[in-house]
Design a protein around this ligand. Sequence first.
Ligand SMILES: NC(=O)C1=CN([C@@H]2O[C@H](COP(=O)(O)OP(=O)(O)OC[C@H]3O[C@@H](n4cnc5c(N)ncnc54)[C@H](OP(=O)(O)O)[C@@H]3O)[C@@H](O)[C@H]2O)[C@@H](O)CC1
Ligand SMILES: Nc1ncnc2c1ncn2[C@@H]1O[C@H](COP(=O)(O)OP(=O)(O)O)[C@@H](O)[C@H]1O
Ligand SMILES: [K+]
Length: 525
Amino acid sequence: MISAHSAAAVRAAEEPLLAARRPLMATAAFALATRVAAALRREGYRVSGSIVLLLVGGGNNGGDALFAGAHLARRGCLVHAALLGRAHAGGLAAATAAGVQVHDLTEDDDPAGAVLELAGWSGVWVDALVGIGARGALREPLARVVEALAEERAENPGGAIVVAVDVPSGIGVDDGTLPGPVLPADVTVTMGAPKPGLLLPPAADLAGRVEVADVGLDALDDAVPAVCRLTGDDVTALWPVPGPGDHKYTRGVLGLVAGSQTYPGAAVLAAAGALRTGLGMVRYLGPEVPTALVHQRFPEVVAVPGRVQAWVLGPGVGPEPSVRSEEVGEALAAALAAHRPVVLDAGALALLGETFTDLPATVVLTPHAGELAALLTARGEETSREDVEDAPARHARLAAEITGATVLLKGATTVVAAPDGPLYAQAEATGWLATAGAGDVLAGMVGALLAGYGDLLSGELHGALPSDGAGLPARLAAAAALVHGRAARTAAGLTGEATAGGAGAPVTAMDVAAAVPAALRALLG
Ligand SMILES: NC(=O)C1=CN([C@@H]2O[C@H](COP(=O)(O)OP(=O)(O)OC[C@H]3O[C@@H](n4cnc5c(N)ncnc54)[C@H](OP(=O)(O)O)[C@@H]3O)[C@@H](O)[C@H]2O)[C@@H](O)CC1
Ligand SMILES: Nc1ncnc2c1ncn2[C@@H]1O[C@H](COP(=O)(O)OP(=O)(O)O)[C@@H](O)[C@H]1O
Ligand SMILES: [K+]
């Protein structure tokens, strides 16, 4: 698991080490210099003779860069430091002594022009304007400097390598927002532990490759992270694999209320997602047309009511009031009364406006940005789709706090929030996944996982969940998002890893469901 810690948690972890006079900045700077050199070599350049531009702000973030610049100068780089704030005194002395050429632009009439000129002949730009000490959008003149460099980079994408120190300067370190201009990085060398904004959209998209420099912040090992990203190993450990003692009822039965005369296909897609994820049985409850369609594709689906361990309610059920949405409401009331975990998707989310106001965390909502905006607005928090897209983590958490439920907010990076505990941010998908019906498949997948853990999760409602089970619904939802994204990549002809290159090819929602077993085989062995 990749764990990100807030700026405050990192500072708290640093405090005792600084008090004990541990040379944190020296360690951070040495790691930074090493990573800059590695980035140069990866691009086929020699370290010695390369021209490096340090963009130095007035805090310790700039200090890191100045000390790193001294190391690089000693390794034969030609290092320029553009000072845009009152530079770290020790760093400046070390840099000057090592032969770094210092350009004090703090009183310059046109610092953006001066920086652009230096940038023009540099192979690496080290962005050390602000780190975890950033407050809000970059102020002038830093904002103008960053805008000019970002423009230059966009026009000349094969140009300089951009290495951000700790975080790309000016991102919302703790919430992943972009309050103002930010220079996109190729590599972010982050000190001690990743920061939330390096995992959360939209800021995470500007961080490039994130490399963690170990500065010995051991206290973070025991701290609850602010944001987690599950890796394949976490999913392997979580995924229910049947043993010899299992039968279909112990593996989990999922009740599915999905599809309508208008949107019958959603029932098939949600059933496909659930069945491919692996569970004992799907019970489908719906009208004639979707039932016939489901049976045509999946004869194993049982279309009579009976015992279930979890529910998926809402895919393909119109948001407008209808007979079908009444049925969804009744199913939800029954599921809650029986303490069963539930996924509420698409049309079922409209039920949460005035009724069902206080849900348990074993209810997982699966909105996209537009649906989340509508849900929050219905609950008196006037919100637009753009608001959600600008701050997905904040809005997912708000919805979880207001409803009590776990919220899985779909997008290129899928964010999962429970009312408390860490957020999850999964980014394994491909743009090909943005296709109609992919969300129905995901709802079925989340439901199947909840069904697999159904009896344990039902216990949570009675306060009987073992201590390691806290936050389990959020973790399971994140695991489903990871496998959904990897299945999309597999279906698109891309390899399992999100960092792999290649464009791949279009996929349909059914292709994604069909690729889930292959994605799981790669994880479960
Ligand atoms: N502690 C340590 O030993 C270690 C620290 N480490 C490193 O230190 C970094 C944290 O350093 P930090 O606390 O000095 O804050 P930092 O990120 O440099 O920002 C403060 C400066 O930015 C300015 N500024 C703020 N907001 C602004 C805005 N919107 N627009 C414009 N300017 C703005 C602010 O100016 P002010 O607002 O005070 O006028 C001040 O000058 C951390 O990210 C890591 O890289 C590592 O080396 C490990 C050891
Ligand atoms: N740009 C993107 N890159 C990768 N995945 C995306 C992107 N946009 C959306 N997705 C994913 O595609 C799926 C679309 O779901 P959704 O919008 O609910 O579709 P539908 O309602 O038609 O089923 C979600 O899992 C979402 O996370
Ligand atoms: K920075």
